[in-house]
Each structure stands twice: as C-alpha cells, then as structure tokens.
Design a protein around this ligand. Structure first.
Ligand code: ATP
Length: 235
C-alpha cells in the first residue's frame, strides 16, 4: 500500500472540516474523492500534503508515517499536491514556475526531466521564457501538473484539476491523467466532474460533511443510483 490514512480529522477553529476519514491507495492506482462543495475534500488533500496540520489521525506514505512531517519533506518523499486553482505564479516565467517544482531535487536527472516536460508539452516549451500569465487556463493546468512532475512524485494529488476548463480541455486533461498513470504514477484525484473521475479511477470515495459516506470500485459507484441522483446529473 502506498498511502494509508486512518481516522484523519482537520479543524479550522470551530469548523470540523474532516471528521475521521480513512482511505487507502495502492502503488500505481488512480483513486478519486468525490463530494459537493464544502464536503472537506480540499482539506483532506491539504492535510495529506502537510499544508494544514491534522487535529487527529494518522497518515502513512510508503513505509513511513508522515502525519507530522513538514510539507517540503513530504514533497521530497514523493507526495505532491497540485492545488485547487493551480497556484501558478503568473509574474514568473513558465520556466521559473517549473523550477519551483524541482527545488527540492539535487540529483543529476533534473535537466533530462525538464527536457521530457518540454517534449510532452510543446505549448510550454514555446513560451518557456514568457510570463505564465500568457498561458490559457488549460495550459496553466498543464504547467501546474508539470511543476508537480518535476518533483518526481510517487503519488500526485490533484485538487479539482478540471475546474474552469472547456469540455475539450477537460478531455485532454483526463487523457494526460491516464497517460501518467500508465507510466506508473499513482494519482489521488479530487473532482466535481464525477463522471470523468469515475472513468479515470479504479476506486472512489464519496465525502459528505467531512465524512466518507460511500466508497468502492469506480464502476460500482458509477452505477450507484443515490450517487447518480446526487452528483452525476451535475455535469
Ligand atoms: P470545495 O470544492 O469548495 O473546495 P471541499 O470539499 O474541498 O469544497 P473544503 O474546502 O475542504 O471542502 O472545506 C470544508 C469546510 O471547511 C467548509 O465548511 C469550509 O468552509 C471550511 N474551510 C476550508 N478552509 C478553511 C479555512 N482555511 N479556514 C476556515 N474554514 C475553512
């Protein structure tokens, strides 16, 4: 098992955003976390990334416990978040944004990995020295994912990557998620686009008010009438 989360709680003052979530993910697996706005999905990912401190619970990544590890330490171990809203620094160049992803690396393969990114995303290569503000929303999402790839993740956590993208770009994004997974990358995908997410994932969890209310194989969730009534009609 690559990620094992036990009874995780996140609180912001009096708001109890995550209320005892347990979740697991195997090497090479795509798992999705679904749920309405405010269900606690982002808070869960932020706690896994070490951006917020869990109030209780345990997070294991690989063979180690990382519940209290600092965020950069988790990145070094390969636990990498692509945050909601992408968090691109638009006044920096495309290349400088990518460099931020590789900041924790000291190995000799960094140059090769940059070349592979520019190979895969010609739109980024053509604009490498321009400010990231010239990129479209879809290209900014590619940049955010590329930045995460440069950290050499073992698990990439994506927080609503399809938000604000046109249907064509959403399809391209999910093609990319599929391709990265075929290369062996494990992915934890938070999405409101339930249909696409369940097609990309092998398993899913549904959150409501900070709790997991349903989980199982993606095809079973896609056939679940209650889930369909609550979410699948939304897209
Ligand atoms: P969304 O899709 O809107 O991001 P979500 O499922 O990711 O929803 P969270 O963003 O994790 O949900 O929010 C869960 C709860 O925690 C909500 O009630 C939200 O208002 C609250 N919350 C989130 N971040 C903070 C914060 N920094 N301070 C206080 N409350 C917060």
């Amino acid at each position: 098992m690559l990620l094992d989360v036990e009874e995780l709680h996140v609180r912001y003052g009096r708001t109890h955003a995550v209320r005892g979530v347990s979740l697991s993910l195997n090497e090479g697996e795509v798992v999705t976390v679904l749920g309405a706005n405010g269900a606690g999905k982002s808070s869960l990912l932020r706690a896994l990334a070490g951006v917020v401190r869990p109030a209780a619970g345990r997070i294991r990544f690989g063979k180690e416990e990382v519940t209290h590890a600092a965020a950069p330490d988790r990145v070094r171990r390969g636990l990498v978040l692509v945050p909601e809203g992408r968090q691109i620094l638009v006044s920096l160049t495309v290349h400088e944004n990518l460099q931020m992803g590789a900041y924790c690396r000291t190995d000799a393969d960094v140059g090769r990995d940059f070349a592979a990114i520019y190979d895969r995303f010609p739109n980024l290569a053509g604009r490498r020295d321009m400010p990231a503000s010239v990129l479209s929303g879809g290209e900014q999402q590619m940049l955010a994912i590329s930045r995460a790839l440069l950290a050499r993740p073992r698990l990439m956590m994506l927080d609503e990557p399809s938000l604000g993208l046109s249907p064509l770009l959403v399809a391209r994004l999910f093609d990319l998620i599929g391709a990265l997974n075929r290369d062996g990358l494990a992915i934890l995908l938070v999405e409101q686009n339930t249909g696409m997410a369940l097609r990309a994932a092998s398993r899913g969890y549904v959150m409501e008010l900070g709790r997991v209310v349903l989980d199982g194989p993606a095809d079973a969730l896609a056939d679940n009438d209650a889930l369909a009534a609550a979410y699948l009609g939304a897209h």
